[in-house]
Design a binder for this molecule. Sequence first.
Ligand code: PLP
Length: 311
Amino acid sequence: MNAFDLALSRLRPRLPSPLEPVDDERFTRRGLRLLLKRDDLIHPDLPGNKWRKLALNLREAAGRPVLTFGGAYSNHLRATAAAGRLLGFPTVGVVRGGELADRPLNPSLARCAADGMRLLFVDRATYRAKNDPAVLARILERLPEDGYDGYDDVYAVPEGGSNALAVRGCAGLGGELRGAADVAAVACGTGGTLAGLAAGFDGRTLGVPVLKGGFLGGEITALQEAAYGGPRGEWSLDERFHGGGYARTTPELDAFARDFERRHGARHGLAIERLYVAKMLHGLVTLAEEGAFPSGTRIAAVITGAPEPRP
Ligand SMILES: *Cc1c(COP(=O)(O)O)cnc(C)c1O
């Protein structure tokens, strides 16, 4: 074990994450078994898929400053900032929305700042062009003069944390489900988690995109190409459950999440994260009611994260 792996293991991640059978009559009535894959319990500050996606990237960064990108409510920015505090490396967050620079930080960004992340707000056009090295260099010129001179050597992690190393990290999730489930369901933002999960799993992976657009299939294929040189695993997407797009919700979806918490929250110590997890569970219940799964199917619903802590 190298020094970095040792530091990571000292954070005592709960791996493999628990797999909990749920007694839900919407499934049992059809002979289906629902299991919750509790990635939300992996680590209090680096929950869910964020741990799996960051671990190999942080090892690769080897203590260099880690720079990454996200919107004002990005779970990935928060997880990266927390990792920097816990493991002792500098972090830089490039945040979409230049206008935010003049406003008080929202709770999510305040948490990032409290964890020592340097925040750089950029307008949307610059944000879109962030993968151009010249644009990134100009962004980095704005880093505060805080006496730290190691920023020439930053390790950049893409938006949402999805790259080849993230995909390989998420293959561990698929490995933990091997033999234990026939179907794994996961919510998708960038699709990095699904790309790895499907590669490591021996059953069928079902993705529920939370963004509108229908472009995700191509991105998942590209991520698997980058990580493995070709397609891996059996996976498909059901595009019906985004509820209007990223961070959008409907009264129906919110009622669904509250009902799910009422049924199972107390017994499982479960709060439903609304932007991703609620949409995936809603999709699964709908598919079960449509008769999409044959009797006897074991379905693992991946709880990829926990709700935002409220101040
Ligand atoms: C970030 C996040 C996702 C999206 O993961 P991708 O790898 O980008 O598809 C899903 N669920 C939760 C709770 C998240 O925070």
